[in-house]
Design a protein around this ligand. Structure first.
Ligand code: PLP
Length: 410
């Protein structure tokens, strides 16, 4: 008999199974509110003009297909730091920073989990947000099996708001020194609710007091407000406390529309007032390279060349900023349109949260049964948790979606 005879089928990842059901649905009215990727007003993937121009320029140059260095493309690593931290922090804190190109945001999350478990810190707990991106729990279980996954309250479903008091209370009471905590830098997936600047200040104080190691997942810089600097505010605020040691998992999937190219970076900043900091940062860098070498050798080349071209040239960077406004502006307009339609129909309940939330996703507050009804009766697909991707809403389908929601909640 085969040694694999007891192996069971792995659970198909929920959103991917739903996507398959959506594709198989032949009804012409069908709407995809599952997607974690930007769509234009015609429900099509959007090629950012800045990226199209960068690719055109790259074709004019001499390209090669050699391996990247183990740390990744030096140019890409440099521009990714600049856009994340801003030139002032990079100039001042460069010696305390270790950076490595990764297989996008997922690769950065996995690498930091592995690094913290295997190389030195060995936290007792990783504190993840309840709710969070569906993959975070698995990433930690697979890559850092000896670190215990703990959940802290983040979102109050009934109030459709951040559960800040419960969050602070749980963390104050339960975090141990050197525990690791994860935050979303902006445009929280799936709730669309981020802490205010005042709340970030309080969280930074708590991390200082409890001596926590902080991880920011930055998958949506520029996609929340449309402004790269504003969306990096929380990260830069934490950096302003020299003794908070932190890592940032940076993805360019969403903000450059380079989903399949797997472009990202992991940055880790050590204590900024430790005289030995620069040597420690070098050791971190070296160990990150060592770990990634064993997993994937080095990150892929093409996407990082496109990203370097866009981020590294003033004119293309300006074009990119305007692309970010286009994407975030369309999503904001669709939020308003959906809320307005629901108000017009006098749909029971309050719908202000749709416009108050930010980024690609909305926790609609629809129940599992209502979500099922939407799918069966109206061919509108969203996650069973009620998370809707606002990218699937267009000026053509918004009134159909509103009428369907009205019917399932009335
Ligand atoms: N982090 C968050 C919060 C996400 O929502 C996603 C993707 O949906 C990722 C990380 C990872 O994306 P990628 O691996 O494509 O960079």
């Amino acid at each position: 008999t085969s040694r694999f005879s007891t192996l069971r089928l792995a659970q198909t990842n929920g959103p991917f199974a739903l996507e398959a059901a959506f594709r198989a649905d032949t009804d012409l009215r069908k709407v995809n509110l599952i997607i974690g990727a930007y769509r234009d007003d015609e429900e099509k993937p959007w090629h950012l003009p800045s990226v199209t121009e960068a690719k055109r320029r790259l074709e004019l140059g001499h390209s090669h297909h050699e391996y990247l260095p183990l740390q990744g493309s030096p140019k890409f690593v440099e521009v990714s730091k600049q856009v994340l931290f801003g030139p002032k922090i990079v100039q001042q804190q460069q010696p305390f920073l270790a950076s490595i190109q990764t297989v996008s945001g997922t690769g950065a999350n996995s690498l930091v989990a592995m690094f913290l478990e295997q190389k030195h810190l060995r936290p007792t707990n990783i504190w993840l947000l309840n709710l969070t991106w569906i993959n975070h729990g698995d990433i930690w279980k697979v890559n850092a099996p000896n670190v215990s996954v703990q959940w802290y309250p983040y979102y109050n479903d009934a109030k459709r708001a951040l559960d800040f008091d419960a969050m602070m209370e749980t963390l104050q009471r339960n975090c141990l020194e050197h525990d690791t905590i994860l935050f979303h830098a902006c445009a929280h997936n799936p709730t669309g609710r981020d802490p205010s600047q005042q709340q970030w200040r309080e969280l930074a104080h708590l991390c200082l007091k409890k001596r926590l190691f902080v991880i920011f997942d930055s998958a949506y810089q520029g996609c929340a407000s449309g402004d790269l600097d504003r969306d990096a505010w929380a990260i830069r605020h934490f950096v302003s406390h020299p003794s908070i040691e932190l890592a940032v998992c940076q993805s360019f999937s969403k903000n450059l529309g380079l989903y399949g190219e797997r472009v990202g970076a992991l940055h880790l900043m050590v204590h900024r007032s430790n005289p030995n900091g620069p040597n420690l940062a070098k050791a971190v860098q070296n160990n990150l390279i060592d770990l990634q070498r064993a997993c994937v050798s080095m990150a892929p080349l093409f996407g990082s060349r496109v990203a370097s071209e866009v981020l590294g040239n003033e004119d293309l960077q300006q074009m990119w900023k305007s692309d970010l406004s286009t994407m975030s502006g369309r999503i904001r307009a669709m939020r308003s349109a959906l809320r307005d339609e629901l108000l017009k129909l006098q749909t029971p309940g309050s719908w202000d949260h749709i416009t108050e939330q930010t980024g690609m996703f909305s926790c609609t507050g629809l129940s599992k049964e209502q979500v099922e009804d939407l799918q069966l009766k109206h061919h509108i697909y969203l996650l069973p948790t009620g998370r809707a991707s606002m990218c699937g809403v267009t000026s053509t389908n918004v009134s159909y979606i509103a009428r369907a929601i009205h019917e399932v909640v009335s």
